[in-house]
Design a protein around this ligand. Structure first.
Ligand code: NAP
Ligand code: MG
Length: 491
């Protein structure tokens, strides 16, 4: 898409000198710049500031100040809830521009963003708007009855929010909404690849009436500003979504002041299909789970386990579906799957697939890049893989499915659990007993039975094992930004 076809407000936004949003004002002068690409074309669409330690010191000071100020610390829960609701309204009112920025910067289909990502971002703010007025402590009966004791729930303080590029607007909403409902002040660090919707969102947050300094944003490289945020003594908490590898770096960096951490990390989630499943639904879901968002989904069903008696039928059908998925730019008619986020990521995904093929994997669909500009990879289905291969063990974060067969529940549970990850697992069966049995055996934070999707702001989401610490969404998600104080009053 050429810039002249863009909405005027999008065009103006792209042309701005983007930088850090600190204390309610933009700071962008005299900085090293980072180019922001359109992954469907490989062209530069904007630039943003590459922040450094001095910017982090400045933003932490602003967030600390805002956290303590009466207009935020003393704000009534009901007003706080109203402001969160207003952010949701502003996301919807600016939905067309947000969708356009997201499709330009992330590459996914514009319609999918408008129909799913934008409303889902608004929903998360509305959900946590409701929680703002429902935070309360408890009274405790102590063994010495003369004492009166109760607990208070208090905000953790300054929260650093470090997010990835796969759902840039949604990830920002997932972090900001509970942090604000809890009364924290925030420093958002979007992925270097996809800062645009986050840059627009923080303006909408200010427009909604959240006091300046409560929500700040710093752009820059993860190993510079992300690392500085994770290490800063003035930051009380870091909420991170991204790779397990970087999650571990954040754990080490956070040790200095023992800041609280919540981590949503990688996955290698199994889809398990039993012989009595509704096969049409199971086949469609198996394909949807790995090819949605070009497989750049932490909970993507990237390992397919099919009962031996139906293995060929199911895997052939998924491969057929892979071959018919319309891959293209986000504004091309009927695009079902967009590009990968960057050239670097395309090379990484291709590298995994070629290594699998080199080790003997059979390609049932895809297996290579698309012959066009931009960072496109074909929906890929592999069979004949072995447990030691990196395509089976490691998170590829692309449209690549590995498949295997099984004979009984214990075998498939053991194979599905044979992973450092444990984010999600899908089971397809009409047999209630088998479903309950597998749901207990599988080591994953989310189990889906005969269901695709399953994300809801009212349902905790997060990982077992190296898929993370803590749960986003629901009351658990709010708790990530609160701490408990016990108060004892003598009689
Ligand atoms: P990533 O490299 O881990 O980056 C995530 C964020 O961390 C980015 O903002 C990145 O900044 C920043 N970062 C990089 N190095 C850092 C450091 N040393 N200290 C602090 N922050 C640092 O992950 P990604 O490639 O962007 O995203 C893909 C990964 O995210 C996948 O592994 C996927 O499974 C995971 N993910 C998990 C979930 C979930 O909910 N569990 C959701 C989505 C994605 P830069 O971009 O500037 O490098
Ligand atoms: Mg990165």
């Amino acid at each position: 898409m050429q810039n002249h076809e863009l909405r005027p407000e999008t065009k103006r936004f792209l042309e701005r000198q983007h930088g850090h949003f600190i204390g309610g004002a933009w700071l962008a002068e005299g900085e090293e710049r980072i180019e922001v690409f359109n992954p469907a074309t490989g062209s530069v669409i904007a630039t943003t500031a590459a922040g450094g330690q001095a910017d982090i010191d400045k933003v932490v000071a602003a967030a600390r100040q805002a956290f303590a100020k009466p207009d935020w610390a003393g704000m009534s829960p009901s007003v706080r809830g109203k402001l969160l609701w207003r952010i949701a309204d502003l996301i919807e009112q600016n939905g067309a521009q947000l969708a356009e920025l997201e499709f330009l910067n992330n590459g996914k289909a514009r319609d999918i963003i408008a129909q799913r990502d934008v409303p889902a971002a608004a929903d998360v703010f509305r959900y946590f708007a409701g929680w703002a007025t429902k935070i309360y402590g408890k009274t405790a009966s102590l063994s010495r009855p003369t004492l009166h004791a109760y607990t208070l729930k208090e905000p953790l303080g300054v929260a650093g929010l470090i997010i990835p590029w796969n759902f840039p607007l949604l990830m920002a909403a997932w972090k900001l909404a509970p942090a604000l409902a809890a009364g924290c002040s925030c420093i958002l660090k979007p992925a270097e690849e996809t800062p645009l919707t986050a840059l627009r969102l923080v303006e909408l947050v200010l427009e909604a009436g959240i006091p300046p300094g409560v929500v700040n944003l710093v752009t820059g490289y993860g190993h510079v500003v992300g690392a500085a945020l994770a290490a800063h003594d003035g930051v009380d908490k870091v909420a991170f979504t991204g790779s397990t590898e970087v999650g571990k770096l954040i754990v080490r960096a956070a040790a200095g002041n023992l800041k609280k951490l919540s981590l949503e990390l990688g996955g290698k989630s199994p889809t398990i299909i039993l012989p009595d499943a509704d096969l049409a639904a199971a086949k469609a879901a198996a394909a949807g789970s790995i090819f949605f968002n070009a497989g750049q989904v932490c909970a993507a069903g990237s390992r397919l386990f099919v009962h031996r008696s139906i293995f060929e039928d199911v895997v052939d059908a998924v491969a057929q579906r892979a071959k018919t998925i319309r891959v293209g730019a986000g504004d091309e008619p009927e695009t079902e799957m967009g590009p990968l986020i960057s050239k670097k990521h395309l090379e990484r995904v291709d590298g995994y697939v070629q290594s699998g093929i080199g080790q003997g994997a059979e390609v049932l669909a895809g297996g290579s890049r698309l012959d066009r500009d931009g960072y496109f990879f074909k929906p890929t289905v592999l069979a004949g893989t072995a447990p030691h291969m990196s395509v089976v063990r490691e998170e590829i974060f692309g449209p690549v499915l590995v498949s295997d067969s099984f004979d009984d529940l214990d075998e498939v549970a053991a194979n599905a659990n044979s992973s450092i990850y444990g984010l999600s697992a899908s089971i397809w069966t009409q047999n209630v007993k088998a479903a309950h049995s597998l749901a207990r055996k599988l080591q994953a934070g989310s189990i889906l039975v005969n269901a695709g999707g399953g994300l809801d702001p009212n349902l905790p989401f997060g990982g077992y094992k190296q898929s993370g610490w803590g749960r986003e969404f629901g009351e658990d998600g709010l708790e990530l930004y609160l701490q408990t104080k016990s108060v004892v009053i003598g009689g």
